[in-house]
Design a protein around this ligand. Structure first.
Ligand SMILES: Nc1ncnc2c1ncn2[C@@H]1O[C@H](COP(=O)(O)OP(=O)(O)OP(=O)(O)O)[C@@H](O)[C@H]1O
Length: 781
């Protein structure tokens, strides 16, 4: 906790009105400019749409211009809410510099802009200047508004050094506290007005390489990661508009929770994906045990999949006999093995090696057939010349028996077929997992048709890398389409030419140009070609080979090695922001050491930044959580809370019989207190608690898609990760400890979710780690 610095206006209520009135004049003028900028953008957008399209290039240009102006309109619309953040009064500069959500030009282009975008370099001192390092700033003023009206201003004078305090140095403390104590809505809000210096340094850090942001719960990792995404889109707009930016979060609930932040910052072209959605076209929501997910997340699965692919390139034992036109052809396994080797040499990728394998097999059968009939007819060598052999080959390639043998020995495979067949067959698993224990093999097995899980996603993607996609049929189709388009275009040109007035031939002045003179059929066909006008995010969402210009990973401690491998492939430049907390790792497959998980994929290209201040959890609650962290032996210290509520968290002992009724009563009390409510439970109690609460709140939701904006939610710690609620009711902490594979992490996560109130109900003894909790008189025995 910090005490306010001297010369700060301590309370908005005491701020003299003249300051508010003066700021209202400035704010009204800036809104006038915003409206004008929006009007201009709308006009330009309309003009772009109306511009003529004469060829694919002009269509592309028109779409690019329309997209640019529509994005500008979106950004200006988003900026309407809280347009002005504050101002800087600077040494030797008479006019203040206003900082806001977007940049707005001044009448005099030579001077400062009327409003500077919060991401522009000139805005930086607004977040970083301190009395010890004022960066030329004399005073920082936070301006708070509702609709377009100024409601408060808070000043910090940076020419006077505060006395030493033992709390963290805060920027714009009054505005920050107002934001932190506001009731939650179930959706994360942006923090542009109150970004703190240590957060700003991360947001503006170089885009190159992998930046790992480690920080305890509530330190703003998610907020910082999203603001960094907005900053990078602003600073590297052209590059990232082309290549796209991907934000990866753990669950659908989490993605919904953060979904409003980037649009509120005027950025809509970002792809948000959960771990189950990293494969275009698939939303993997199946569930499985942590142990199974851990096995599937090991890098060793790469070799397993390689072996599984080779296992599908089979050679029948002994001699295989085919009948072609009634002629028996004997194929020995040694010859078939040679065909397989030809296929494997032709391509590293299974599906791309198949044409070469098929050709080799057809050649083999054709040769044997030729040998047979040549020998039969004349009793000597083959009489067929090479032309005959070619004809024979194409006939043989179409023979059902030959096609069946090709499919048997070298089937075309999709990733889903490869993985589904593998996991559904203990024999295939056995053959693909050399050196594995029987226990691990058993964990991999799953019945055919089981829904895909998030842990399957990197395996499917890896399988695609091994299988490849034979696009020869697509290319042949495209060539046919082009030929047809060209023929049609030629017909059009012929018609145009044919309809030309013959009188003109004799006309001495001249020459009238027709379409045929300016265009050839190829160009005309090109005109008809489709131009892909989708944004990078839209295209990336449907293209599994898409690679992103930047990837942001939240709750990164939960990712398995296979998921890291997948993300590294999706981001070949390794421009990534990775945020997480090793002390909150709950999954068995997750990280306990950033170097260990990242080095195999990014080698030395990563750097670490730390966040140390908890903006979410009140100090009273955090003291309890810190004990749990220490008891779990995490080796890290809990972050310092920036505020206290004066309300101690309470524990109440219950019996098994009174547990559910008390859950319902306490949930009702917390809901009455206002804001969002989460009931965090061990996995074994989810169904009972949901069942009980549904009587009072039919819409109560639970699981990875729960929505706290619609009423209380029931969550296991893994699904509560990254989220926050005004009130949390923690049920049966001893079972949370016992049931989690990393029980202390789970309990730590559960305890650090509330922004205001925490109540704990415990049947049986309270775990020693929670001794600090104040016991309320309960109904326990
Ligand atoms: N500078 C700030 N100004 C206002 N609010 C902030 C600031 N920094 C963080 N917060 C708020 O603190 C809360 C916690 O932030 P966030 O969820 O980003 O933390 P986290 O580090 O990701 O936590 P966890 O590890 O639990 O997922 C959010 O409500 C966020 O808006």
């Amino acid at each position: 906790m910090s005490s306010p610095s001297p010369d700060r206006t301590p309370d908005p209520a005491t701020t003299p009105d003249p300051a508010i009135a003066a700021e209202q004049v400035a704010v009204t003028d800036l809104y006038r400019r915003l409206d004008a900028a929006r009007e201009l953008a709308v006009t330009r957008f309309r003009q772009a749409l109306a511009s003529p399209v004469i060829n694919p290039q002009s269509l592309g240009e028109r779409e690019a211009a329309a997209r640019f102006h529509s994005q500008r309109i979106t950004a200006l619309d988003a900026a309407d809410h809280g347009l002005v953040i504050g101002r800087l009064d600077r040494e030797e500069q008479p006019a203040p510099l206003y900082i806001g959500r977007v940049g707005l030009p001044a009448d005099d282009p030579a001077g400062d802009p009327a409003l500077v975008d919060w991401r522009a370099p000139a805005s930086r001192p607004f977040y970083t200047a301190t009395p010890f390092r004022p960066e030329g700033v004399v005073r920082r003023r936070h301006v708070r508004t509702r609709s377009r009206a100024v409601t408060a201003v808070n000043d910090e004078v940076l020419t006077v050094r505060p006395e030493d305090t033992d709390g963290p140095a805060l920027t714009g403390e009054a505005a920050l506290m107002a934001a932190l104590t506001a009731q939650r809505t179930g959706r994360m809000a942006d923090i542009v007005a109150t970004i703190q210096a240590e957060q700003d340094a991360i947001i503006r850090s170089d885009a190159r390489g992998v930046l790992v942001v480690q920080g305890g719960p509530g330190t703003g990792k998610t907020a910082v990661a999203l603001h960094r995404a907005a900053y990078l889109l602003y600073t590297h707009r052209d590059r990232l508009a082309r290549s796209g930016l991907l934000v990866v979060g753990p669950t659908p609930t989490f993605l919904r929770y953060i979904a409003d932040v980037l649009p509120a910052l005027g950025e809509t072209g970002v792809l948000l994906a959960g771990l189950g959605q990293l494969r275009p076209g698939l939303d993997a929501r199946g569930s499985e045990s942590q142990q199974v997910a851990e096995v599937k997340g090991r890098l060793a699965m790469v070799d397993v999949l390689k072996a599984a692919v080779r296992d599908r390139e089979t050679v029948p034992r002994g001699v295989r006999e085919l009948r072609i036109d009634g002629v028996p052809i004997k194929l020995r396994s040694v010859d078939l093995t040679r065909c397989r080797t030809t296929g494997r040499r032709a391509s590293r990728l299974h599906n791309l090696g198949r044409p070469a394998f098929r050709r080799a097999l057809v050649d083999l059968v054709a040769q044997r057939y030729a040998d047979r009939i040549g020998a039969d007819v004349r009793g000597g060598g083959s009489l067929l010349d090479s032309r005959d052999l070619d004809a024979l080959r194409s006939e043989i390639a179409g023979e059902t028996a030959v096609r069946a043998l090709v499919d048997e020995m070298w089937p075309v495979l999709t990733a889903e077929q490869l993985l589904g067949d593998l996991l559904a067959s203990p024999e295939r698993i056995q053959r693909a997992t050399k050196g594995w224990t029987e226990e691990d093999r058993a964990l991999l097995a799953r019945p055919a048709g089981t829904p895909w899980t998030p842990a399957d996603v990197p395996l499917l993607e890896e399988a695609d890398e091994l299988l490849g996609y034979d696009d020869s049929a697509d290319r042949a189709r495209e060539a046919r389409r082009r030929r047809q388009a060209r023929d049609e275009a030629q017909e059009t040109l012929d018609l145009l030419y044919g309809s030309r007035s013959t009188d003109l031939d004799d006309d001495e002045d001249g020459e009238e140009l027709t379409a045929g003179d300016l265009l050839d059929a190829e160009m005309l066909a090109d005109r008809e070609a489709e131009v892909d006008v989708r944004s990078a995010a839209e295209r990336a969402a449907t293209d599994r080979t898409w690679t992103f210009g930047h990837v942001v990973v939240d709750e990164a401690q939960e990712l398995s090695a296979m998921t890291w491998r997948l993300l590294a492939r999706k981001c070949p430049t390794r421009s990534m922001t990775v945020v997480g907390d090793l002390a909150q790792t709950g999954s068995l497959a997750g990280a306990t050491d950033w170097g260990a998980v990242l080095t195999p994929h990014v080698r030395v290209q990563w750097r670490l930044a730390q966040l140390t201040v908890n903006y979410r959890t009140p100090a009273e609650v955090m003291a309890v959580a810190a004990d749990v962290l220490a008891a779990g032996g995490a080796g890290t210290t809990a972050p310092r809370s920036v505020r206290s509520t004066g309300v101690p968290p309470v524990a109440e002992r219950v019996t098994e019989a009174t547990l559910l009724p008390r859950v319902a009563e306490v949930t009702a009390e917390l809901a009455t207190a206002g804001g969002t409510v989460a009931v965090v439970v061990p996995p074994s109690r989810v169904d009972d608690v949901v069942g009980r609460l549904r009587a009072g709140w039919p819409s109560v939701s639970s699981g990875p898609a729960a929505d706290s904006s619609a009423g209380p939610v029931v969550l296991v710690p893994a699904d509560a990760k990254g989220l926050e609620f005004d009130s949390v009711l923690l049920v049966d902490p001893a079972a949370v400890l016992a049931e989690g594979v990393r029980g202390h992490s789970d309990l730590y996560v559960a305890l650090t979710r509330p922004t205001q109130r925490l109540t704990v109900l415990h049947p049986g003894e309270l775990p020693g780690e929670l001794d600090r909790l104040t016991e309320a008189g309960g109904t326990g025995d």
